[in-house]
Design a protein around this ligand. Structure first.
Ligand code: RIB
Ligand code: CA
Length: 312
């Protein structure tokens, strides 16, 4: 069976790391490249973290590109309070021996979409949408050639996490999100409503630890650092494993349920900046532009993740 070609755009981030590991452990996927963007931590860290994760997975042949160091319009907002100073706090991963590609991530996205057959490349975005928006602005022709964008971002009834109204990835660059949601490209959205259902409970983290491999040990340390923030905030057993939902949908879409509806992005009000206004009940005439997921089989998600991590 033909492998699904993907480009991962990411701001690692412990949960980004799990998503990248899941992708690299899945033979159904052909990772054409990994693009770092500023988000959880500044670009200097996210680009290095992407290299570290590829080396942790033993996949040093995957090209990694540095992208945008700041949002389209707004100043960069980061999340060291969640991810730590490095963005990958937890394990002590070695300095990467892999080098970044010389090409800018935005140029890589444009060139790859133009070179690959139309409709065969999926963009998997795990952070702010700055790189993708820049690519669409610089090369509008690629919109019709992108198979789909599967993105982690936004919130519906779950509200926001960085503000009461907005989820972090959209909040950091709402103008980029506006470009992507207006692009006409088929979108699959993993909002907080879904990701808050996939919690890294003690039992699930223990099951990963029981794999007993170096990757599993590093993953447990990543998760034990990452989850502390949300556990303290929500009083939950474990933290939401946001970004791997993007990759899990590509591998087992039946794990998720949602509906096609309109998603519009607030870019004016400081009070609700970056809010994803989801017309779930179709009460407006705004055309549906995204498949918004709202439920997930959490046990099935972790069974898939654990089984794939075992292969690394
Ligand atoms: O709001 C959660 C999202 O913001 C995740 O992608 C996390 O990695 C951060 O980027
Ligand atoms: Ca992320």
């Amino acid at each position: 069976m033909a492998r699904q070609k993907i480009i991962i755009d990411t701001d690692p981030g412990q949960d980004d790391a799990l998503a990248i590991l899941l992708a690299l452990a899945s033979p159904e996927l052909e990772v054409l490249g990994i693009c770092a963007v500023a988000g959880n931590v500044p670009l200097a860290w996210t680009q290095k973290n992407a290299l570290k994760i590829c080396e942790l997975a033993g996949k040093t042949g995957v090209p990694v590109y540095a992208g945008a160091s700041r949002p389209l319009v707004r100043d960069l907002v980061t999340a060291e309070h969640v991810h730590g100073r490095t963005g990958l706090d937890g394990p002590d991963l070695p300095e990467p021996s892999m080098a970044l590609q010389a090409q800018h991530a935005v140029d890589f996205i444009i060139d790859t979409i133009r070179l690959e057959p139309a409709g065969e490349v999926t963009l998997c975005t795990l952070g702010p949408l700055t790189n993708v928006a820049l690519a669409l602005q610089r090369a509008p022709d690629i919109a019709a050639r992108i198979q789909q964008i599967v993105l982690m971002g936004g919130g519906f009834s779950e509200g926001g996490n960085i503000t009461p109204a907005a989820e972090f990835n959209i909040y950091v660059d709402p103008h980029a999100a506006q470009v992507v949601f207006a692009s006409g490209i088929p979108l699959v959205v993993m909002p907080l409503d879904v990701t808050h259902q996939v919690l890294t409970t003690r039992q699930r983290v223990a099951a990963i630890g029981a794999l007993g491999t170096p990757v599993a040990r590093a993953v447990v340390e990543l998760l034990e650092f990452f989850e502390r923030y949300d556990e303290q905030k929500y009083g939950s057993d474990g933290g939401p494993l946001h970004d791997p939902c993007v990759i899990a949908w590509l591998l087992q879409p039946a794990l998720f349920q949602g509906r096609h509806c309109n998603v519009s992005i607030e870019c004016s009000s400081e009070l609700t900046m970056g809010m994803t206004v989801v017309d779930w009940w179709h009460v407006t005439e705004r055309p549906a532009n995204a498949m918004v997921m709202r439920t997930v089989d959490a046990d099935g998600f972790f069974a898939l993740l654990t089984a794939r991590l075992k292969t690394l």
